[in-house]
Design a protein around this ligand. Structure first.
Ligand SMILES: NC(=O)c1ccc[n+]([C@@H]2O[C@H](COP(=O)([O-])OP(=O)(O)OC[C@H]3O[C@@H](n4cnc5c(N)ncnc54)[C@H](OP(=O)(O)O)[C@@H]3O)[C@@H](O)[C@H]2O)c1
Length: 245
């Protein structure tokens, strides 16, 4: 039986992808901080889902992640779906630090450990490492400075890992999944975001990108166009853009 571990599976996109994989017959390891929610997800497919309470910012995160791999007796796919971020034009430092903790430090710890796992088991199977980043990595967003910077970090780290895997002949594919706005708890119930997508719409596209070993998948095509346009805007014009949400 194939195995996937999803970090950040107590809500939103991670939770939905976890239950989809379990429904398709996979063994699924899920992790996040909220044990009550993790237990509720496990109860949907109790014989296929194992959970572990992991705070990716805590010193024991890597150890607990490795223990979860052991509990599942291996891992074919790691999906990093944990994330946090705020609309933060007032530059509240606590919010910026929390964003860096999950999206940069926690991300690095888990992706790094997953890469080392696949490197050590390269002859056994071809692994997949995937992360839900965001179109927000395309440009610095004045209203979410730490969030957009953290997403750019994730893009670059994944690109670097892909090159490293190639040069080290490590049998792993690296997928960077970049959605536009999705109606999840991260948006705190604000449904006024433009081109807002539902989890129902986004989840199958995430799963397809992982299974097809896409290097980068922007979800969806409208957001691919928007982020492509953003990338074409020179900095001298970008600074005049008024982003309001
Ligand atoms: N929603 C959007 O519009 C949107 C758009 C583009 C990209 N994204 C990205 O998509 C990813 C998934 O977000 P989502 O929208 O599905 O939001 P979500 O429902 O808030 O899910 C975030 C997940 O991350 C987990 N998490 C947060 N802090 C954690 C920590 N310290 N340790 C372990 N897990 C932690 C949360 O669980 P606990 O609270 O239980 O720990 C939760 O399971 C994030 O990286 C987000 O940046 C979201």
């Amino acid at each position: 039986m194939k195995k996937i571990i999803i970090i950040g599976a107590s809500s939103g996109m991670g939770m939905r992808v976890a239950t989809d994989f379990a429904r398709a017959g996979w063994r699924v390891g899920i992790a996040a901080r909220n044990e009550e929610r993790l237990r509720a997800v496990k109860e949907i497919f109790p014989e296929r889902i194992e959970y572990s309470v992991i705070d990716v910012t805590a010193p024991d995160a890597v150890k607990k992640f490795e223990d979860l791999i052991e509990t599942l007796d291996g891992m074919d796919i790691l999906l990093y779906a944990a994330g946090t971020g705020w609309y933060n034009p007032e530059l509240n430092l606590g919010k910026d630090e929390a964003t860096i903790g999950v999206n940069v430090t926690g991300f690095t710890k888990i992706i790094n450990a997953a890469y080392r796992y696949f490197k050590a088991t390269a002859n056994v199977s071809k692994g997949r490492i995937a992360a839900i980043t965001s179109v927000a990595g395309m440009k610095g967003l004045g209203v979410s400075a730490a969030y957009s910077a953290s997403k750019r970090y994730q893009w670059t780290y994944l690109q670097a890992l892909d090159q490293l895997a190639h040069s080290q002949h490590v049998n792993v594919s690296i997928t960077d999944i970049r959605p536009g706005f999705v109606d999840t708890p991260l948006l705190a119930g604000n449904r006024n975001y433009p081109m807002l997508m539902s989890v129902d719409y986004v989840a199958p596209r995430i799963e397809k990108a992982i299974m097809e070993r896409r290097r980068v998948a922007t979800i969806d095509s409208r957001w691919a166009i928007v982020s492509g346009l953003w990338s074409a805007i020179p900095d001298c014009l970008w600074r005049h853009l008024q982003l309001k949400m």
